[in-house]
Design a protein. Structure first.
Length: 213
């Protein structure tokens, strides 16, 4: 199972490197507004298990992402049919080495080393679209750290919406049942340490509740 992480993709944190998305009328349909990482499946942590901060991680930063789970095989998916290819949505908190990430960016190198730590993507409870009647673009998300609200955003602010994102990724990768797409993050990241308590809400539903260790 593949795990894709899209950096940025919100107006409040858009690090697209060509030019602002809204100023490009000539972009191809498979254009992505932000860098996309394909990280190993070992990054996933479920069931509110803690994230163990590695000793080698100099600056641990946390980000909140809306995410969708792919429910069927697909490649070269047309945007108008992309909604058929994901069956559930959730929230994820991802952890990265902030200092290493900045060095890799500055050097023009791939960012994977800063993002690929074991268990560094904490995946929330899955909300099955058919059963729950929920849709990403109609949802809001919040992240609390030690009881303080640190991130709040509406998913309708995504610069590249879920359907277009799925269509774009499928031009380069074959999407398979169980693949997870983290659709972007509204902030560069929150610096955290051992013992931090994370709670993430989609609308009023708590999907994540875990600690760092």
């Amino acid at each position: 199972m593949k795990t894709f992480v899209l950096e940025g993709n919100f107006p409040s944190y858009n690090i697209e490197t060509i030019s602002p998305l809204e100023n490009r009328g000539d972009v191809a349909e498979n254009f992505l507004p932000c860098p996309l990482l394909n990280v190993p499946d070992t990054v996933r942590t479920t069931r509110n298990r803690p994230f163990f901060i590695p000793d080698s991680m100099g600056e641990c930063r946390a980000q909140l992402h809306p995410a969708v789970r792919i429910g069927r095989l697909g490649r070269h998916i047309a945007p108008q049919f992309a909604h058929r290819y994901y069956d559930a949505l959730t929230l994820c908190v991802s952890f990265s080495d902030g200092a290493l990430l900045q060095r890799l960016r500055a050097a023009g190198l791939p960012w994977d080393l800063a993002r690929a730590h074991d268990g560094s993507v904490c995946v929330g409870e899955m909300l099955v679209r058919e059963a729950e009647g929920c849709e990403m673009q109609k949802s809001t998300m919040r992240l609390l750290v030690d009881g303080e609200e640190m991130v709040a955003a509406s998913c309708d602010q995504l610069l590249c919406d879920v359907n277009r994102l799925i269509a774009s990724i499928s031009c380069y990768y074959k999407l398979c049942d169980g693949d997870l797409i983290l659709c972007g993050t509204p902030s560069e990241g929150i610096r955290v340490g051992v013992g931090a308590h994370f709670e993430a809400y989609l609308d009023d539903r708590k999907l994540l509740d875990f600690y760092t260790k």
